[in-house]
Design a protein around this ligand. Structure first.
Ligand code: ADP
Ligand code: MG
Ligand code: MG
Ligand code: MG
Length: 683
């Protein structure tokens, strides 16, 4: 969520006069970063994960599992406790960091310091995540547990779904029919974000997820839990007037989306050029990993016909006006904007020859005056397009005290726009006054129930990022196809039943492969594919030579011949002789490292999870959860997730994480679980 500013937040009407000011100075601040750091080079691989938790409060008597709204108190204890532990012990894990998140029931944790490229760090991810989870557990009440669940199944149901209970009637920021004001982090930024998105948009956000129609679901399904006749705010009539669709799960507030949890990874690149290359390569990987990590089939007390959170969050912060959404002619606003500010990436930005202009085939609204200003400053076409595209969005929260800034020292105005463009991958310039370099953040994955899984996906993406860079891999395909994949990724059972577009020839032309050979290290030499003698290293590197263009000239055939529809199994595990699959690429990269036997086994257990989730011998969390509900004795085959079913599911999630409950259709047989003695119900 970035740093939380303090001050007086402006309402949307008060903020409007400063929008252009923020845009102008935001760009000035970016240009200052650019001038200072565009030539920064040689940064090592540093990387880190972000894991988000929901704190669940269990009441065994009433058999209810609800969201504990104690974020503020929990963090007040946890943050100092975490740093003390670091000072007291000689633990090899540095003090983790805990952050607040949008939901007042949410926590986020990151490793205390980023991991490096050394293999030992790669192998410490799981224990680091466990350590963080256990630390959080220790600072909760005996009946509370931090769970890594993407969406809470009963967020927004009538009745009690939080501890303490609050009435949604007072939801003044969101004016939601379902979520009380107190669901939101009380820091001024969050209620203001919520209210200003609604005010800017001109109505409440409206999310309609298709309902999973079961054997006894009433048809047409007109949701009896929507207070259709409520008449508190003018917005209350929206549901009745068409915002809520039949046969859908209707959600009307930011909290439904920003109250979800995810797993994110950030990588530091050697320099800005490599960051742009990695950013581009991860764009087509985004929807694939969303489908593979799918973990959110249950919403507002119902089973949905989708498996992922993405469109819910996109809808939950969609501040576009009717003009911007194309429902009215442009009068007040400048741009038609096809997507929410939380959505998939619209533009590849690398200047390498592999990035053919044909791949950028999405409509791309951009601010022409900002584009021109960037170009006049000497910034290339693609990066100027990228930034001026981000800047079609308005700042949603402006703090009065922070309007005037020193643009040489601050990047607040730039970050105001940058950090509220929530896309599948984020290109992050170095922050001012820090040692941090150019970074890329991978943001599409759903958080998994266990740290074994979260570590597996983190390790997989780190290794994939290294495979991409060291083997000069080419994942480009038209970005409109990535968007088609994004839609496909969210449908029920996509990992097993859907097909996705993916590039089949990912290898560079032969002449460019030679450049990817490593040259230094300490361990045993091996022959690379090109016969060059290489040395195996214990460390994953950054900093690769530029990719030479093919000797036979730049590619000019139709880009539509470069990709095809593949199953998840094919994309991950390979298809035919040409395409080794993402796992095959990762394995090849691992072969270039000096990996000890035991390390290989551990990494192998992670890759095995990925392999089996992709080939369908293990279920995605979404499929497993849907089946849990449908096979629960209290389920009436009416698409409803009752209080009792939800309670049993939350108990199961905790037991699975601890290894007390075995689920061989979800996790490999050798999964042993987190700390056995930390369970909530036994505490
Ligand atoms: P945000 O919420 O803005 O994405 P966070 O601070 O929550 O940012 O997370 C940043 C992540 O980046 C953490 O996992 C952290 O370990 C990692 N990180 C910190 N420094 C670096 C660095 N120099 N390079 C790469 N990753 C870093
Ligand atoms: Mg977060
Ligand atoms: Mg974060
Ligand atoms: Mg992040």
């Amino acid at each position: 969520m970035g740093l939380l500013s303090v001050g007086t937040p402006l309402t949307w009407d008060e903020a409007k006069p400063y929008v252009e000011h923020v845009h102008y100075h935001g760009i000035t601040q970016f240009l200052n970063i650019w001038d200072r750091l565009k030539d920064r080079c040689g940064d090592e691989l540093l990387w880190g994960d972000e894991v988000e938790y929901m704190v669940i409060s269990f009441d065994p008597e009433s058999k209810n599992a609800v969201l504990s709204l104690r974020q503020t108190e929990i963090l007040a204890q946890l943050q100092p406790a975490a740093s003390e532990i670091d000072a007291k012990t000689d633990n090899s894990i540095s003090a983790p960091t805990f952050h607040p998140e949008y939901g007042r029931y949410m926590l986020e944790s990151t490793p205390g310091s980023p991991y490096t490229g050394y293999l030992r760090d790669l192998l410490s991810v799981e224990s680091n995540m466990r350590y963080r989870r256990n630390l959080a557990r220790k600072h909760l009440k005996p009946n509370e547990i931090p769970v890594t669940l993407t969406s809470f199944p009963r967020l927004g149901v009538p009745g009690v779904f939080t501890e303490p209970y609050y009435d949604p009637a007072d939801a003044k920021s969101s004016q939601s029919l379902f979520l009380p004001e107190e669901i939101t982090n009380p820091h001024a930024r969050f209620p203001t974000l919520t209210a200003n998105i609604r005010r800017r948009r001109g109505s409440k956000v409206a999310i309609n997820l298709p309902l999973f129609i079961d054997e006894r679901t009433p048809r047409p399904f007109v949701d009896p839990t929507i207070p259709w006749q409520r008449n508190r705010y003018p917005e209350d009539s929206e549901a009745k007037n068409g915002a809520a669709l039949i046969d859908h799960i209707y959600m009307d507030a930011m909290g439904f989306g920003m109250g979800c949890c995810c797993l994110q990874l950030t990588f530091q690149s050697c320099n800005v050029t490599e960051a742009r290359r990695l950013y581009d390569a991860l764009i087509p990987v985004g929807p694939i990993m969303l489908a593979l990590t799918a973990a959110s089939p249950l919403w507002r007390g119902y089973v949905a016909d989708v498996d992922c959170r993405w469109n819910v969050i996109a809808g939950s912060v969609d501040d576009r006006t009717e003009e911007e959404r194309g429902l009215k002619p442009l009068k007040e606003n400048k741009f038609r904007i096809p997507k929410s500010r939380y959505d998939s990436v619209d533009l590849y930005i690398s200047e390498e020859w592999m990035n053919r202009p044909e791949y950028n085939d999405n409509p791309l609204p951009y601010d022409e005056s900002i584009y021109n200003r960037l170009r006049e400053h000497g910034i290339d076409h693609l990066l100027s397009k990228h930034i001026s595209h981000l800047f079609v969005r308005d700042p949603i929260v402006i703090f009065r005290e922070l309007i005037e800034q020193d643009d040489t020292a601050s990047t607040d105005h730039f970050e105001n726009i940058q950090s509220t463009n929530w896309q599948t991958v984020r290109f992050k310039p170095p922050p001012p006054n820090s040692s941090i370099g150019w970074r890329v953040e991978f943001r599409s994955m759903e958080v998994q129930m266990t740290d074994f899984e979260n570590a597996a996906y983190a390790v997989f993406i780190v290794l994939l990022s290294r495979a991409i860079m060291s083997m000069n891999l080419n994942f480009y395909m038209p970005i409109s196809k990535v968007d088609e994949n994004m839609a496909q990724a969210q449908v029920r059972d996509a990992a097993r039943s859907s097909k996705f577009y993916f590039r089949w020839n990912v290898f560079p032309p032969l002449s460019s492969r030679a450049s990817s050979a490593h040259s230094s290290g300490t361990s045993s030499p091996v022959h690379g594919a090109n016969g060059v003698l290489r040395v195996k290293e214990r460390r994953m590197r950054n900093c690769y030579p530029p990719i030479p263009p093919p000797e036979e000239g730049l590619p000019h055939g139709s880009v539509d011949d470069e990709y095809e529809l593949m199953t998840m199994d094919e994309i991950i595990n390979g298809k035919g002789a040409d395409f080794p699959g993402l796992l095959g690429l990762v394995e090849s990269y691992l072969d270039t490292l000096d990996v000890k036997e035991a390390e290989r086994r551990k990494i192998g257990s992670y890759l095995n999870l990925i392999r089996r989730r992709a080939n369908g011998t293990l279920k995605t969390p979404a499929t497993w959860m849907r089946e849990f509900v449908r096979s629960h004795p209290a389920y009436k085959f009416d698409s409803v997730v009752s209080q009792e079913i939800n309670y049993d599911l939350m108990v199961a999630v905790d037991e699975i994480e601890r290894g007390v409950r075995r689920v061989p259709d979800l996790l490999p047989e050798d999964y042993t679980g987190g700390e056995q003695d930390q369970g909530c119900l036994e505490k």
